[in-house]
Design a protein. Structure first.
Length: 235
């Protein structure tokens, strides 16, 4: 018991001392995750909005695919991205394997279906409310999508945060394509796995504390945004 509390105290000490190695790992994690989520939103928001606001051939199939891809196993995504970026793969000449860019690509592949599927549901619910009004006013397709996305902005922020929570906790895919190289591709989750196996529990627990703090912050922000959306709806 004493050992646990000693390790915990040392871990918290690393956090509040802004240990350089710790901050480097956290900084890279945030850069990779935020980049992946931003790209996933740029792809997923329009894709989900189109699938939610329009009826077209293949829409049902698209919905099935998006829902299925929400449960993609991270290690499978990591393997596929690895094969694409390896020396013998089609993108091998770019030399992206074992770089932060490869990790961003893997996380983007994981997060985009989540963002797109949740956006589709949000927009589809809104379209049921505004569809007839759009038709009577002769609103064009692009204007419909933009209006629906703007009206759903609070919900879409929640969708983006859900994607962030999924990406920041990812370990399987990023360790395959990133290689967990010190000072290059070592992020919080991969470092926790490595340092725990090495017995360096102070650093692992310090990163775990930061991950928990991020999880609590994201959930608090989601609840705040939902409350703001409710107030805006009844304002």
């Amino acid at each position: 018991m004493d050992s646990f509390w000693n390790v915990l105290a040392s871990a918290i000490g690393l956090v509040f001392a802004f240990d350089p190695d710790l901050m480097e790992i956290v900084g890279l994690s945030m850069r990779v995750t935020l980049s992946a989520v931003a790209i996933a939103c740029l792809i997923g928001f329009p894709l989900g909005a189109i699938a939610g606001a329009f009826r077209f051939p293949g829409r049902t199939l698209l919905s099935i695919v998006l829902n299925a891809l929400m449960g993609l196993p991270p290690v499978v995504v990591g393997l596929l991205v690895y094969l694409m970026l390896s020396a013998s793969g089609p993108l091998g000449p770019l030399g992206l394997l074992y770089t932060p860019t490869a990790m961003i690509i893997a996380q983007t592949v994981l997060v985009t279906p989540i963002v797109a599927a949740l956006t589709k549901q949000v927009v589809e619910d809104l379209y049921q409310e505004y569809g007839e009004q759009f038709t009577s006013l002769g609103v064009g397709p692009l204007d419909r999508v933009m209006a629906l996305l703007w009206d759903a902005r609070y919900s879409l922020l929640t969708v983006a945060l859900a994607g962030f929570g999924r990406a920041v906790a990812e370990v399987g895919a990023v360790i395959i394509v990133g290689g967990n190289i010190n000072h290059v591709t070592r992020v919080m989750t991969t470092t926790i796995a490595l340092e725990t196996s090495k017995g360096n529990l102070e650093l692992a627990l310090a990163l775990g504390v930061i991950l928990l703090a991020i999880a609590f912050a994201v959930n608090a922000l989601v609840m705040t945004l939902r409350a703001s959306a409710v107030r805006a709806a009844y304002a």
